[in-house]
Design a protein around this ligand. Structure first.
Ligand SMILES: [Zn+2]
Length: 151
């Protein structure tokens, strides 16, 4: 079995379930499983590559263009709590510590979060997952999908 058949993010990049938001230049965009910060999106590189530096500079730029487009959409959809519209802050993270397949977390941090200055990964699994109801999750996914198309 090669990496692309056993890798959960390769499977996620191929899936077209209700959490799939958009297909951009290099990445498939999904609403994250974790919604402890509502609007949390993940940009998954379409093919299995472990490290950003393995991509050409042009591809790295296109990946970043995809991430920036999602960020713009999140700030438009969640224009509530931060100064000037949008969430209080966006966190951009490309870790690969758990699944070694290039993916970017774009995490809106909302005003009023008790730990706004800390990385989200310090939270418990339940706090990361959040409590967004299925209907609210679907509504958020459709708004984000529409906004990404326009971003
Ligand atoms: Zn993969």
């Amino acid at each position: 079995m090669n990496a692309s058949t056993s890798c959960p993010l390769c499977a996620a990049a191929r899936a077209r379930g209700p959490d799939h938001l958009a297909s951009l230049d290099e990445c498939e965009i999904v609403l994250g499983e974790n919604q402890g910060c509502p609007g949390w999106c993940v940009a998954i590189l379409r093919d299995h590559v472990e490290h950003m530096d393995e991509l050409t500079i042009d591809r790295q730029a296109r990946v970043w263009g995809d991430v920036a487009r999602v960020a713009r959409a999140i700030r438009r959809v969640l224009a509530t709590n931060g100064e000037g519209g949008g969430p209080a802050r966006l966190n951009y993270e490309c870790l690969g510590n758990v699944v070694p397949h290039i993916h970017w977390h774009i995490v809106p941090r909302h005003a009023g979060e008790p730990d706004l200055r800390a990385p989200v990964w310090l939270r418990s699994p339940d706090a990361l997952r959040g409590s967004l109801a299925p209907e609210a999750r679907q509504h958020l996914a459709s708004r984000l999908s529409e906004a990404i198309r326009r971003a």
